[in-house]
Design a protein around this ligand. Sequence first.
Ligand code: TYD
Length: 156
Amino acid sequence: MVLAVRLAGEMEKTTRFHQGEEMTASVENLSLQVHGDDRGSLIALENGHNLPFDVKRVYYIFGTKAGVPRGFHAHRKLKQLLIAVSGSVTVKTEHGGKIETHLLNRPDEGLLIEGLVWREMHDFSPDCVLTVLADEYYHESDYIRDYTVFKQEDAT
Ligand code: TYD
């Protein structure tokens, strides 16, 4: 029940972002409700119900190589929910001059990243499957891959 309240709060905030011209950059942890019984566990994610945005795209990263990081980019407007459905990965984020590291190692925990946030993924475990839900289709034009450009835009 606590989870439902938290997610409802996220949805209200996201709706406000949709209505304005600007999207506030943010990074937050989300707990995902688990339907568990003696057979195991199940998580269901639904637009308009327990997701903070409507999903247009899902991709997953797997088969990563030891010691090889990924990411190293920001998006200007994209909203993404990252979930390590298997294994673990450390996600480093930066926005507004704030640098954080987030260990994703549970299928019932997501990392919600919205707006102009630099992100890097490090230390993938060999069994990691990092699933990413996004509110937009893949547009290379929304990527900032140059850290210097990101820092300039982050400062304005
Ligand atoms: P890339 O952006 O390098 O992945 P990451 O930064 O998350 O490690 O993407 C790898 C390749 O996959 C690149 O050729 C672009 C392509 N791609 C898509 O076609 N669709 C997508 O949704 C994403 C995320 C990547």
